[in-house]
Design a protein. Sequence first.
Length: 367
Amino acid sequence: MLKKIRHSAYQAALKGMFTLRPERIHGLMSRGLQQVAGSRTALSALDGTLVVHDESLSQKIAGLNFPRPLGLAAGFDKDAKEVNAWGPLGFGFAEIGTVTALAQPGNPTPRLFRLPADKAILNRMGFNNEGSRAAAMRLQKRNTDIPVGANLGKSKIVAAELADRDYRESAKAIGGVADYLVINVSSPNTPGLRDLQAVESLRPIIRAVQEESSKPLFVKIAPDLSDEDIDKVCDLAIEMGVTGLIATNTTISREGLQTPAHEVQAMGAGGISGAPVAARALEVLRRLAARADGKLVLIGVGGIDSPRAAWERICAGASLIQGYTPFIYGGPDWIREIHLGLAAQLKAHGLQNIAEAVGSELPWKEA
């Protein structure tokens, strides 16, 4: 009953929010979460209402304790301002950023658009953030019981040939206070960034970050890479001792959308997240799982909008999963329902821990 009330209330609020510009709503939500993050009473109330405490969902990965497998994807909490709120909302970990070595305003507005017919978002934010040092100062003061990673991008004004130095500066600034680091070379919204996914461009960036920090390191890749390039990135990650890969970022594809083509065209350039990227993200994940053969930790992200979709990603090889867009459309109950659904599947299959399901390709069992 309480779940239905919360769901109805959130959907009613969502209708009201969707009458305002997307970036304005994001700002209002961020400010609200910052207030929540500063109140012990509010955080305790959220924890008691939303968090699924189930030992079968906990894992130790790369030396870090993840109490639940679903985490907040990078892009929402760009500057680590809401970091204390993510655990009590139900997430098992959170990823702040993308942060860059230099503070930057990002691309001109409007740069964020909703595609409700597709349960998707189109963005060309352009890594707007206050810089890695500012985020590091906030992480240093955080009070969380979940791992918090930092997603690192290239500063726009830095030339591609100097990208390794730029990532090094961010790793130096934030590597000591983040639990893990992510090299983001897959956003479509910084000119030339995706070219850095080419292995000879990526190699010096990985090396630079590794030299500055010994924290677990992931590389986030685009769904639009060719299968051949996916294999090359996977092989490079194994060769260089990277912890794992995150599959995938947003897509520049506009195929199969329910939103009328003229509306999408009017929105302009940018990456699409949410349901439209789900099929390719799953395909990339499966390819990586087969190629890596247990040598990399894989994190699945992209259109994971239900417990069934979450179970499918985990059984396809993801040790952890992430989301952002489904959180916007589904609210906090999306987090809770995924964790409850995963716990129920473990019980249905007679498994003791979520780690046993990773890469198992076990089917979804209806209740």
